[in-house]
Design a protein around this ligand. Sequence first.
Ligand code: ATP
Ligand code: ZN
Length: 226
Amino acid sequence: GRAERERLRIAIQKSGRLAEPARTLLSACGLDWRVQGDRLFCHGESLPVDLLLVRDDDIPGLIADQVCDLGFVGRNVLAEQDGERRASGQPSAFREWRALGFGACRLALAVPDGWQWTGPGQLAGRRIATSYPVLLREWLAREGVDADVVRLSGSVEIAPRLGQADAVCDLVSSGATLAANQLKPVATVLESEAVLAGPVEPLEGVRGELAGLLLRRLDGALQVRN
Ligand code: ATP
Ligand code: ZN
């Protein structure tokens, strides 16, 4: 059963922006794995710490279900899914343990280039496309703005040109994608980076000790970098 598992299991993104930096950081912590080709599971060699390679969106749920103990995921994904749980009356089941210093981006409100931005009130009654409806609704509530949230799973930045929305709330790093779609960022909803996510309560037993060891090495590796 899951309670007796004596190896630590860490979920990381299989492919995408966070995949390579996550592996590099774990290697810097002294972890290594047998080459596993295209497999989703990597058995740890030097320590009883295994990797699960998954879509980033699945990582918070894997921690909530105790399938994995820890995960490397964007704060944006973690915060949205935590908010989803809150919105549906479920208790928190994961939290940020450490900020990892890579994958920096921000969840930003962006409007058509042609708008003269006067402030959040300008969004009242407008349609805003996003893959982060919970975080956007929380921001709108904080700003006291009543707008329509249009949930899209991808291609958010093209929505205004397609007439699906008036503005967007999307992840931005350089801003090049927004600019290519004649949009400009006007407000920040969340500053994000990759984080180590874990359960709300500390892990216990063997896995608690392994997590402690990993955290000490992680903190050392992060200090060397900064
Ligand atoms: P998956 O196939 O795992 O679902 P994905 O397409 O959802 O991948 P990526 O595009 O690889 O995910 O982004 C992963 C994370 O990288 C984001 O959740 C975010 O935290 C971070 N990130 C950093 N910069 C950007 C950016 N410019 N656009 C999108 N995400 C970014
Ligand atoms: Zn994803």
